[in-house]
Design a protein around this ligand. Structure first.
Ligand code: MLT
Length: 333
């Protein structure tokens, strides 16, 4: 063998060896994606059980289990308006087994509210898919001395120092939307934080707090049973699930427009095939008649097919951060 042949042979062996080790390094990943999920998935809900995020997530996740053929465990991790859980999941291993049910608060409003937020909604997460839109309502304890929104506005303006407003922590939807309402009305009532609007709603029903801005999913059952009062819904249209509740425009406060949403996010660098599998399972759940009925009965808005993609969720988060930053920054700073 001459020197030239030797070089070609050595180079060939080297190339073959590198190719083999490259294949060996990617094979487990490729196989892992193909087999995903081969064990239970955890979705962290950043608020207390029985609140709007918990309810929406459990309805959709139960149907996702059928598609993914795996159990989905819901874990409620509360604190700091949902940002404790979001920080935890942002730092989790990006293998598709730890996800978060984020929302308009954790993945948009928290950005201007926490200058030292330990995560960025887009830089530290892979958006997976939107679960539901959830309009906001202005609610009060059932014996609150106002029959309609105009009377509510006069009363809160005259009694601001004596009023308590319930919320789910700085950064939550209830906090951010009532901050917007209170700034429009130029009032500063006392805020009372809860680990979620599940327990906040119980406090409102029991009359321990005066009013709250909450997502419709949490509000439909107590409004229908007469356990609380609803003054208006902060969307352009009334909700079919609460046809008697006027819109803010009809009730006299058209500038108060607020709609929340709930969505699944995975830690950044979760492999794209895994994100795609999860996204398909969400979309299949949202097309299921039983799931749709449960979500619609609670007043949620089911995203249309083009709005369910990770790209659409990225665009939503981007526009929501842009929308809430100028609203909340001057209020809190
Ligand atoms: C919850 O599930 O408790 C909420 O989504 C609370 C909120 O953000 O207001």
């Amino acid at each position: 063998m001459n020197r030239g042949d030797l070089i070609v042979r050595r180079f060939g062996l080297l190339f073959f060896g590198s190719a083999l080790s490259f294949l060996a390094s990617i094979l487990p990943t490729v196989t892992a994606h193909a087999e995903y999920p081969d064990r239970p998935i955890k979705i962290v809900v950043p608020f207390a059980a029985d609140g709007p995020t918990d309810v929406v997530t459990r309805i959709v996740a139960a149907r996702m289990e059928q598609t993914l053929k795996q159990k989905i465990q819901i874990e409620n991790v509360t604190g700091a308006g949902g940002t404790t859980a979001a920080t935890l999941v942002a730092r989790a291993f990006p293998d598709g087994y730890t996800l978060i049910a984020g929302h308009m608060g954790t993945h948009a409003a928290a950005v201007p509210l926490y200058p030292k937020l330990a995560y960025h909604p887009l830089k530290n997460f892979e958006p997976v898919g939107l679960l539901a839109g959830t309009p906001i309502l202005i609610l009060a304890r059932k014996d609150f001395p106002a029959a309609n929104l105009k009377e509510f506005i006069s009363y809160v303006k005259a009694n601001t120092d004596r009023l308590n407003v319930a919320h789910a922590g700085v950064g939550s939807v209830s906090y951010s939307s009532c901050e917007l309402l209170n700034s429009l009305l130029k009032i500063r009532p006392t805020g009372v934080p809860y680990p979620g609007t599940g327990p906040a709603m119980s406090a409102l029903i029991e009359g321990q707090v005066d009013y709250m801005c909450d997502q419709i999913v949490n509000a439909v059952p107590p409004i229908k049973s007469g356990a609380i009062k609803a003054y208006s819904i902060a969307t352009p249209e009334r909700s079919a699930s609460l046809p008697d509740v006027p819109t803010v425009k009809e009730a006299g406060l058209p500038e108060f427009q607020a709609q929340a949403w709930n969505a699944i996010f995975a830690p950044k660098h979760t492999p794209a095939p895994i994100v795609a599998k999860l996204n398909a399972a969400i979309s299949e759940a949202l097309d299921d008649e039983a799931v749709r009925k449960r979500l619609l009965d609670l007043g949620s808005i089911i995203p249309k097919t083009p709005d369910r993609t990770p790209t659409a969720l990225t665009a939503l988060v981007t526009s929501e951060i842009a929308k809430w930053t100028p609203v909340l920054k001057p209020i809190t700073n």
